[in-house]
Design a protein around this ligand. Structure first.
Ligand SMILES: Cc1cc2nc3c(=O)[nH]c(=O)nc-3n(C[C@H](O)[C@H](O)[C@H](O)COP(=O)(O)OP(=O)(O)OC[C@H]3O[C@@H](n4cnc5c(N)ncnc54)[C@H](O)[C@@H]3O)c2cc1C
Length: 229
């Protein structure tokens, strides 16, 4: 089940950058750690999150109703560096990596193409189309759109652009980075890890980059403590 949650959080909305995420804190004592969810849309005083219900934490969130409160962190992660000069941007998303592409699509100028990969059931397609994005869908089952992965879809449809952005499973990001290198087109990928605190303190969420391979992991920059709404 895919759910959408709009949270009134003026301080979060005013500082959030496209591609960042927030940590949501479940009330249940059995869920010790916060649950990271990408910011799908940034409003004037709200943030919109779109998430799949997969376990106890997301099940608890899905039961909240309008007017309930939830603890949410400040925006975390680095976010995308929006390239204003690109004429055609290609947004590539896989599964739960699709939600942050919505705010990105709002913020990038020029022509926008999205290539979205899902196991079976697509979501957020209409939202992106309503923003003027030309959407291609690839599903593992072939029930909707192209049967296969996003890279094969890009090749089969002859999709190209001046700049690629992506969010999704690491295996997809790796394949897309290799593809973009082969066609000499820059790509920005949003890396994420299963995480603990989310602030860089426990070093659970760090991703090793090629540049950091020799130096070891680098901690994310410190982000101020979370706040309740
Ligand atoms: C930076 C970041 C951004 C994210 N953004 C989104 C988003 O926008 N929408 C969304 O639906 N999900 C997103 N996720 C994944 C989301 O955090 C997990 O699905 C959620 O924490 C699961 O919590 P739970 O208590 O419901 O499930 P749990 O009981 O903790 O886990 C249930 C199942 O989900 C798997 N799972 C849990 N966390 C992850 C994870 N991070 N990646 C892959 N599998 C996981 C577990 O292995 C287990 O099989 C994001 C994760 C990260 C790290």
């Amino acid at each position: 089940m895919i759910c959408k949650m709009i949270i009134k959080a003026p301080e979060v909305a005013s500082t959030a950058k496209t591609g960042q995420f927030v940590n949501l804190y479940p009330e249940s004592k059995s869920t010790l750690l916060p649950r990271p969810i990408s910011i799908s849309e940034i409003g004037e005083d709200t943030i919109t999150l779109v998430y799949g219900v997969v376990g106890e934490g997301t099940r608890e969130f899905s039961k909240l109703t309008a007017g309930d409160t939830i603890r949410v962190s400040t925006p975390l992660g680095n976010g995308y560096n929006v390239q204003k000069e690109a004429k055609v941007s290609v947004l590539v998303g896989g599964g739960i990596g699709v939600p942050p592409l919505v705010e990105l699509a709002k913020q990038i100028p020029g022509e926008k193409i999205a290539v979205l990969g899902f196991r079976d059931d697509p979501f957020l397609v209409e939202t992106l189309e309503n923003l003027g994005v030309k959407v291609y869908i690839a599903t593992d089952s072939g029930r909707v759109g192209f049967k296969g992965n996003v890279i094969d879809c890009i090749k089969a449809e002859g999709i190209s652009g001046d700049y690629f952005y992506s969010c999704g499973p690491k295996v997809m990001l790796r394949a897309l980075a290799a593809y973009c290198e082969s066609v000499n087109t820059p790509v920005q990928v949003s890396l994420e890890e299963r995480m603990g605190c989310g602030y860089g303190a426990c070093v659970g969420c760090v991703c090793k980059t090629k540049a950091q391979n020799e130096k070891g992991y680098e901690q994310k920059k410190y982000v101020k403590m979370d706040q309740s709404f």
